[in-house]
Design a protein around this ligand. Structure first.
Ligand SMILES: Cc1cc2nc3c(=O)[nH]c(=O)nc-3n(C[C@H](O)[C@H](O)[C@H](O)COP(=O)(O)OP(=O)(O)OC[C@H]3O[C@@H](n4cnc5c(N)ncnc54)[C@H](O)[C@@H]3O)c2cc1C
Length: 575
C-alpha cells in the first residue's frame, strides 16, 4: 500500500495550486498528485481567454464589489454570495502570486498586466497571456510541483474513492502503462478531477473530461449539487465543437445570422456580443431554429451562425487571439482575416459538482461534512457560478479555491494519523472489475454505445429542455446504461490498454449524465443555463435553492439546500 499525508486527484489548475499551497504551508508534509493524463495535459492547459481580477490596470473605477455583483447577477442569483465575495476579494492577490510563481501575462505598454473585456463583466478585468492563458499558468504550476517536491503519479487512473463510515481513507488506482493496481492511503484526500463535457456529443472539452471524480463521489453515496446547470459556450467551431474563445468577442468580433444581421441586438441590446454565455447560446439556438442559421455553402437555414472578425484587421487578430485564428484555419480551413468563422453552442463547463464549503470540505448532505475529503476546481461546487458562470471566473476559482483548500488541508492533517485500512478487499474488487471487462463476451464496441449516450444527452438535455424531452432522455439513457454489460474490448492485454480506461470512463459518463437529467427534470423553472420551455420564468419562491442529487442503483433522489445571500437581493436579470 502506498502512503502519503495528502493525495490529490487531478493535475489541473485546482489540484496543482492546492499542492503548492500545502507544500508552502508545511514543507514537512508528504504530498502527492495523481492524474490520468500527464499533469500538463489536463484540460486547464486549453483555457484561452483569461483570468478575472480587479487589478484596475485598465479600468481604474473597477472594484471587487463590482466583480462580485457581476458574478452573482451572471449566476442568476443562485451563487452563494459569501463564496463569491471571497473569490472577488482574493482575485488580485492570487494573480500577482501566479506572476511571482513565474507566469508570463500579456502586458500594457507601461509594463503592467494587460486586461480585456469579457462577457457579463462590467469592466475590463480579465488578465491573459494572449489566448493561451491556461497554458501559461499550468506550465508554471507544474514546474512548481517539482520545486516543492510534490510526488506526481502521472497516467494513473483512479478507479474509486475509499470511504468508510463517513471518512475518506484513500484511493484505488490503476497504472495505465502496465495494468498495476495500487491502494493509496492518506490523512486527507482531495478531488480536483475537472469537468464532464464528454457527457455530450459536441464539446469544447478534452477527451479526459469524463466526470470521473463526480461519479466516484456519487457512487460512494455522497450528493452532487446543481447538476442541471451545464454551460453551453456560444462559439464552438462548427462542426468539431472546439472552442473559439470569448476573448474573440472581447476583442470586438460580431455574431451574424444568415441575413448578415448582428442579431444580439434583439436579445441583449446593452451588452450585444458580450452578453453572458447562457443568453448568447440561447440567441444562437433560436436564430438557427428560426431558419436564420447558415449552411456551409453560405445559404440560409443551416446549423451555424457566423463569428465575424474581419473588421478587426490582421494585426490585432494575430497579436491578441492568434490561437483562435490558427484553430479555425487548421480545423475547418477558414482564414478569419478574410472570412467569418462558422460557430454554434458547444458543451463547455459544469457549474454543478461536488458540494463544498469555502475551505473545500466536502458536504455529506444538506448538513454535515465528510471527514478527510476535500474538493476544488471545476469538479467542485462551492458555488461561485450558480446557474451560469461568467467567462474567466473559472481559472480564478481554481486558483482561489485551490489555494484555500490547500491551506485548509495543511491545517487539517496536523492532528490526524494515517487511517487504518485493509487494502485486500479493495484490490480484489478492482481486479475483478478489470477482469470482468476483459472477459466480457459482448456484442458491441465501446464507442457506438458512448456515442449513443452522448447523442441522447445532447438531444434531450441541451440548451433548451422540457419535461417530455427529459423523460424521454431518462428512458433512453437507462436503456443504454443497461447495455453497458454488452460491450466487449478488442484489446485484452495489460500494457497501455486504453480501452479499459474508455470502458471505465463510459460507466462514469453514464452516471453523471443521469444525474444531470434527473436534477434538470426536478427543477421546474428557467434559471441561468437551465432553460425550460415548459417553465420559462425564474421561480424564486420555489427554486431559489441548490439541488442535491443522491445516486443509488435503485434511483436518484433529490434534496435541496438554501442559497447564501449577503449583499445582493435577487432582481430580474436583464442586459
Ligand atoms: C477549451 C476551454 C477553454 C477555457 N478557457 C477558459 C478561460 O479562458 N478562462 C476561464 O476562467 N476558464 C476557462 N475554461 C474553463 C477552465 O479551463 C476549467 O474549468 C479549469 O481549467 C478546470 O481546472 P481543474 O483543475 O478543475 O480541472 P482540469 O484542468 O480539467 O484537470 C483535471 C485533472 O484530473 C485528472 N483526472 C480526472 N479524472 C481522473 C481519474 N479518474 N484518475 C486520475 N486523474 C483524473 C486529469 O488527468 C486532470 O489532471 C476553459 C475550458 C475549456 C474546455
Amino acid at each position: 500500500m502506498l502512503e502519503h499525508d495528502v493525495i490529490i486527484v487531478g493535475g489541473g489548475l485546482a489540484g496543482c495550486r492546492a499542492a503548492v499551497e500545502i507544500a508552502r504551508t508545511d514543507p514537512s508534509l508528504n504530498v502527492a498528485v495523481v492524474a490520468k493524463t500527464h499533469p500538463i495535459r489536463s484540460h486547464s492547459v486549453a483555457a484561452q481567454g483569461g483570468i478575472a481580477a480587479t487589478l484596475k490596470n485598465v479600468d481604474s473605477e473597477d472594484s471587487w464589489e463590482a466583480h462580485a455583483f457581476d458574478t452573482v447577477k451572471g449566476s442568476d442569483y443562485l451563487a452563494d454570495q459569501d463564496a463569491v465575495e471571497i473569490l472577488a476579494k482574493e482575485a488580485p492577490d492570487v494573480v500577482i502570486d501566479l506572476e511571482h510563481l513565474g507566469v508570463l501575462f500579456s502586458r500594457l505598454p507601461d509594463g503592467r498586466i494587460a486586461q480585456r473585456a469579457f462577457g457579463g463583466h462590467s469592466y475590463r478585468r480579465t488578465c491573459y497571456a494572449a489566448d493561451k492563458t491556461g497554458h501559461a499558468i499550468l506550465h508554471e504550476l507544474v514546474n512548481n510541483l517539482r520545486r516543492y517536491g510534490v510526488k506526481v503519479y502521472q497516467e494513473w487512473y483512479v478507479m474509486r474513492l475509499i470511504l468508510e463510515e463517513g471518512e475518506a481513507k484513500g484511493l484505488v488506482m490503476y497504472h495505465i502503462m502496465d495494468g498495476r493496481l495500487k491502494v493509496v492511503r492518506a490523512k486527507a484526500v482531495m478531488l480536483a478531477t475537472g469537468g464532464y463535457g464528454r457527457v455530450f456529443n459536441t464539446t469544447s472539452n478534452d477527451f479526459a473530461s469524463t466526470g470521473d471524480g463526480l461519479a466516484m463521489v456519487a457512487q460512494a453515496g455522497l450528493p452532487l449539487q446543481d447538476m442541471e446547470f451545464v454551460q453551453f459556450h456560444p462559439t464552438g467551431l462548427y462542426p468539431v465543437g472546439v472552442l473559439i474563445s470569448e476573448a474573440v468577442r472581447g476583442e470586438g468580433a460580431y455574431l451574424r445570422n444568415s441575413e448578415g444581421n448582428r442579431f444580439m441586438e434583439q436579445y441583449a441590446p446593452s451588452k450585444m456580443e458580450l452578453a453572458p454565455r447562457d443568453i448568447t447560446s440561447r440567441a444562437i439556438t433560436l436564430e438557427i431554429r428560426a431558419g436564420r442559421g447558415i449552411h456551409t455553402d453560405g445559404s440560409a437555414g443551416g446549423p451555424f451562425v457566423h463569428l465575424d472578425l474581419r473588421h478587426m484587421g490582421r494585426e490585432k487578430i494575430m497579436s491578441r487571439i492568434p490561437f483562435c485564428w490558427e484553430e479555425a484555419h487548421r480545423l475547418v480551413g477558414v482564414d478569419a482575416v478574410e472570412e467569418p468563422m462558422p460557430v454554434r453552442p458547444t458543451a463547455h463547463y459544469s457549474m454543478g459538482g461536488i458540494p463544498v464549503d469555502t475551505d473545500g470540505r466536502v458536504r455529506s448532505g444538506v448538513e454535515g461534512f465528510v471527514e478527510a475529503l476535500f474538493a476544488a476546481g471545476e469538479s467542485a461546487c462551492v458555488s461561485v457560478h450558480g446557474a451560469n458562470r461568467l467567462g474567466s471566473n473559472s481559472l480564478l476559482e481554481c486558483v482561489v479555491y485551490g489555494k484555500r483548500t490547500g491551506a485548509a488541508i495543511a491545517q487539517y492533517v496536523q492532528s490526524r494519523k494515517l487511517p487504518s485500512l485493509e487494502e485486500g478487499p479493495y484490490l480484489q474488487e478492482a481486479q475483478e472489475q478489470i477482469q470482468a471487462l476483459l472477459d466480457q463476451q459482448g456484442e458491441q464496441r465501446i464507442n457506438p454505445l458512448c456515442q449513443a449516450f452522448q447523442d441522447a444527452m445532447s438531444q434531450y438535455c441541451g440548451v433548451f429542455r422540457d419535461q417530455e424531452s427529459m423523460e424521454k432522455g431518462l428512458e433512453i439513457t437507462q436503456e443504454l446504461q443497461q447495455q453497458y454489460g454488452t460491450i466487449y474490448l478488442g484489446d485484452r492485454g495489460s500494457l497501455w490498454n486504453t480501452e479499459i480506461i474508455e470502458a471505465l470512463e463510459l460507466k462514469n459518463i453514464m452516471v453523471v449524465g443521469r444525474m444531470i437529467l434527473t436534477s434538470a427534470l426536478n427543477r421546474q423553472e428557467s434559471r441561468g443555463a437551465h432553460s425550460r420551455e415548459d417553465y420559462p420564468q425564474r421561480d424564486d419562491p420555489n427554486f431559489l435553492k441548490h439541488s442535491l442529487a443522491f445516486y443509488s442503483a435503485a434511483g436518484i433522489d433529490i434534496q435541496y439546500r438554501p442559497v447564501t445571500l449577503t449583499q445582493f437581493e435577487p432582481q430580474e436579470r436583464k442586459y
